[in-house]
Design a protein around this ligand. Structure first.
Ligand code: KIV
Ligand code: ZN
Length: 514
């Protein structure tokens, strides 16, 4: 079936996605993700909430100036200061968009805004009018639209379109909607708002009931022309509609939806890996499309069917989402060209210098590990991209430990290039002892909110990947470390998070609760 219309993909990984606890990213990381989103083919990149902090402003401004091939959008509450600040950040974008929002549901009107319907309506129109004085591409979101009385929602939508909004986004802010309700809301807007054809209807669903993708698809079926989503579905609380899932549902079931998107689906897995590694929020194995098991066929009966005809158990081809079928790739004798080839296939564009560093690390790894898998190569490449200015660099450790006794740890780090050593006897075991030694040496005391270890690939000699989430002075940061030695991986992860905490940061405003 030939698609009858195209649906725009609005990615909010850098704004709503970054609102997930511990997912904050620095400018270099945001820029890298923005470039990956352009390559992926998204139509709109929501780069941030410029008034939140000077750092947020700078990242929206720099992304706006750097990106070509996608609209760059900045979020603003319905106030002059927010809207003007958003415009200041966006003004050098080739295709700028200001996204203004104001809550409309009765519960938000009464308890958050303390405004009546007429006041909300007037504020929404004033916000859109001000934004429209800055640029032509204006999106308006009635926050908590899914819990807004439909008559009032229709009035607000009509008024903001009349004031110049070119996209009206319908958020299910708290993930309360169901698919048939979402369908009904979008259909009602199309049937009842007289000027609706002057704007694109968008949808923005949260996943509190696990329905974000289903609700977004129902909205598309009812005529929505834009879907807001994030890579890996990251976002506030349970997250947002997952970009890879909604895009592959529209593509795989093109026979049913009759729509297409501009997404280069072969880049979905590399982009998912990039976001997981930058944010430290790992993808569950069984996650649709990009999870490690998404295309694994272990049950014998499935394998038998697959060998006869892959379509018996496979509705999508792994290569269509950027997953290679063969996982085992290189060994000790593989050369630089083979490594560069694999890195490229995995979605990493390495400069000559980066390739040289990755190759040196590859050789070291090949001495410790017989077989090098795609996951190992991805981990080596990511160390290149994740490189941040580090105050503390891991050098080495020695541990003496026995069950039931506190370990003795000697830790060696470079602090701004100067060797530092500390020795302590403390902790419940070697990992705890290493963490305490790092805290003593750096002077940063933390609360550990999350600690995970997993194997990057398979086999007894697999590299361990450790992620930690630490809290210090009201700030949360994640860190990741990879090594064939799991204690070393833990030390690196802890130090990476401490380095981020040590960089500090100015307080940021949260758009919806700030
Ligand atoms: O969930 C929500 O309502 C939002 C708005 C700011 C669009 O993120
Ligand atoms: Zn949201």
């Amino acid at each position: 079936m030939t698609p009858s219309r195209s649906v725009r993909i609005f990615d909010t990984t850098l704004r709503d996605g970054e609102q997930s606890p511990g997912a904050s990213m620095n400018l270099t990381e945001k820029m890298e993700i923005a470039q990956a989103l352009v390559a992926l083919g998204v139509d709109v990149i929501e780069a941030g909430f410029p008034i939140a902090s000077p750092g947020d402003f700078e990242s929206v401004r720099d992304i706006a100036a750097a990106v070509s091939g996608a609209t760059v959008c900045g979020l603003a509450r319905c106030s002059d200061a927010d809207i003007d600040r958003a415009w200041e950040a966006l003004r050098h974008a080739r295709q700028p968009r200001i996204h203004v929002f104001l809550a409309t549901s009765s519960i938000h009107r009464e308890f958050k805004l303390r405004m009546n319907e007429e006041e909300v309506l007037a504020r929404a129109v004033a916000g859109v009018t001000r934004a429209r004085n800055h640029c032509d591409d204006i999106e308006f979101s009635p926050e908590d639209a899914a819990r807004t009385e439909i008559d009032f929602l229709c009035r607000v939508v009509e008024a903001v379109i009349a004031a110049g909004a070119t996209t009206v986004n319908i958020p299910d802010t708290v993930g309360y909607a169901t698919p048939s309700q979402m369908h009904h809301v979008i259909k009602s807007l199309r049937d009842r708002v007289p000027n609706i054809d002057r704007a694109v209807i968008s949808v923005h669903c949260h996943d509190d009931l696990g329905l974000a993708v289903a609700n977004s698809l129902a909205a598309v079926e009812a005529g929505a022309g834009q879907v807001e989503c994030t890579i890996n579905g990251i976002g506030e609380r349970a997250g947002n509609c997952s970009l890879e899932e909604v895009v592959m549902a529209l593509k795989t079931r093109g026979d049913y939806y009759g729509v297409d998107t501009r997404i280069v689906t072969q880049k979905l897995v590399p982009t998912s890996r990039l976001v997981a590694n930058v944010t430290g929020i790992q993808v569950p194995r069984n996650k649709a499309i990009v999870g490690r098991n998404a295309f694994a066929h272990e049950a014998g009966i499935h394998q038998d069917g697959m060998l006869k005809e892959r379509r018996t158990y496979e509705i999508m081809r792994p290569e269509d989402v950027g997953l290679e079928r063969t996982d085992l790739v290189l060994g000790k004798h593989s050369g630089r060209a083979a490594l560069a080839d694999r890195a490229k296939a995995l979605g990493y564009q390495l400069t000559v210098e980066q390739l040289q560093t990755v190759f040196e690390r590859f050789k070291l790894l090949a001495d410790r590990k017989k077989e090098i898998y795609d996951g190992d190569i991805a981990a080596l490449c990511e160390q290149q991209f994740a490189a941040l200015p580090e105050q503390f660099t891991f050098e080495g450790y020695t541990v003496t430990s026995a069950s039931g006794a506190a370990p003795t740890v000697t830790l060696r780090v470079l602090q701004n290039g100067v060797p530092q050593t500390v020795t302590i006897t403390a902790g419940d075991g070697p990992i705890d002892g290493i963490f305490l030694a790092i805290e003593k040496l750096t002077g940063v005391t933390t609360v550990c909110r999350d600690f995970r270890v997993q194997a990057v690939t398979v086999g007894k000699d697999a590299q361990a990947e450790v992620t930690v989430e630490l809290e210090h002075a009201g700030q949360q940061q994640r860190g990741r470390g990879v090594s064939t030695d799991s204690l070393e991986a833990a030390a690196k992860a802890f130090l990476a998070a401490v380095n981020r905490l040590a960089l500090g940061g100015t307080p940021r405003l949260h758009p919806q609760t700030g």
